[in-house]
Write a protein that binds this ligand. Structure first.
Ligand SMILES: Nc1ncnc2c1ncn2[C@@H]1O[C@H](COP(=O)(O)OP(=O)(O)OP(=O)(O)O)[C@@H](O)[C@H]1O
Ligand SMILES: [Mg+2]
Length: 338
């Protein structure tokens, strides 16, 4: 029997079961459940428990895949994972004929009589959606809008009538499969992504309850940076504030994402460096990670990002230094009342 493979997947530990087709999701220590995340998870679970399919929609790095795994782990069923793909046809979800099995029986028991019998059987191979529907797994269909809408058609009756329509050639002759009562589906998509995405069909969207994932709040971002890297709270606050200042200054309003925050924090910890303006490691890692994220902002052909990063680093580091010296958090002063 193949050994179970443990893999860190979006901060929910995912165990690949021995048959290699299903995965078991278990909650992990690194998963951050601040009130913001908790509220999203609770909403999703409420819909799933009643039998609805849930769809996490949001821009890159808003925690859609991680939350999908977390919620799936809470449901406690094996997880079937599918990634949307432009090359997908419906057979990639449902299954297909994989050829014929021919058997021939030659009976020459009585030497003067030769009896031969030939059988042709089609071989049907179930694909992941069929397996998930039959076994009552939780389906995670990540980035489902990367598949062509017609490839997802099989899902329409699965979600509404809870019946999977299979071609009549299926080996045991069943043309329909009654979906297991425990089958649940979680979808994720990034509607703003421009590369390789298809306009989603209305009929499918109408069957999903869409939860919009906005950016994380500051507290959640700080907690995620700490959980993912082991960086100090003080350093995490500085990184999060710099990334937040730069977010929205570029062509893409959502970059740099939480991934940049985590990358900077991990390098600081790895190099035993700190989030102070003069720290050389902090300087180069911020420039490397943040410049590539928003390199499209230019003036006269020159990228403005290095300059903007320096300014932001200086501002945030100085504010943090002042706060540390005064021993309190900076207060927003209402000038009108002064
Ligand atoms: N609640 C959380 N606790 C800990 N880490 C998290 C949490 N949510 C997200 N992260 C981390 O943030 C990063 C981005 O999350 P995730 O991959 O889930 O985003 P996404 O919305 O699926 O992004 P994309 O659209 O690019 O696929 C990952 O490194 C993930 O580990
Ligand atoms: Mg994702």
């Amino acid at each position: 029997m193949a050994e179970a493979l443990n893999k860190d997947f979006g901060e929910t530990v995912v165990r690949v079961q021995p048959d290699g087709d299903n995965i078991e999701a278990e909650a992990s220590d690194q998963f951050v459940a601040t009130p913001h995340v908790q509220a999203l998870a609770e909403r999703a679970l409420a819909y799933l428990e009643v039998g609805y399919a849930v769809h996490f929609a949001g821009s890159a790095g808003t925690g859609k895949t991680t939350l999908a795994f977390h919620v799936a782990a809470k449901l406690g069923r094996p997880v079937t994972l599918i990634h949307g793909d432009d090359e997908f046809g419906s057979s990639d979800l449902v299954g297909k004929d994989s050829g014929y099995r021919k058997s021939k029986l030659v009976d020459n028991y009585i030497h003067s009589v030769l009896k031969t019998e030939e059988n042709m059987n089609t071989l049907w191979v179930d694909n992941r959606l069929t397996t998930a529907c039959a076994s009552g797994n939780t389906l995670i269909y990540d980035e489902f809008n990367r598949s062509r809408p017609e490839a997802n058609n099989a899902l329409l009756s699965v979600l509404e009538e809870r019946v999977l329509n299979l071609p009549s050639l299926r080996q045991n002759g069943e043309g329909y499969l009654q979906v297991h009562p425990d089958f649940r589906a979680i979808f994720t998509s990034n509607p703003e992504e421009y590369a390789g995405v298809h306009k989603t069909q209305d009929a499918l969207m109408d069957r999903l309850i869409t939860i919009q994932m906005g950016n994380f709040d500051r507290e959640t971002e700080i907690a995620i940076a700490i959980a993912q890297s082991g960086v100090s709270r003080h350093d995490a606050e500085i990184i999060v504030d710099i990334v937040n200042e730069l977010r929205g200054t570029g062509v893409n309003n959502h970059r740099p994402t939480i991934r940049a925050t985590i990358a900077i924090a991990r390098i600081l910890v790895h190099r035993k460096a700190h989030a102070t303006f003069n720290d050389p490691v902090f300087q180069w890692v911020c420039h490397d990670v943040l410049t590539t994220e928003t390199a499209k902002v230019t003036r006269e052909g020159q990228s403005l990002m290095p300059h903007m990063i320096d300014e932001s680093m200086a501002r945030v580091c100085n504010a943090a230094l002042k706060t540390r010296r005064s021993g309190s958090r900076p207060r927003l002063v209402n000038k009108g009342k002064e």
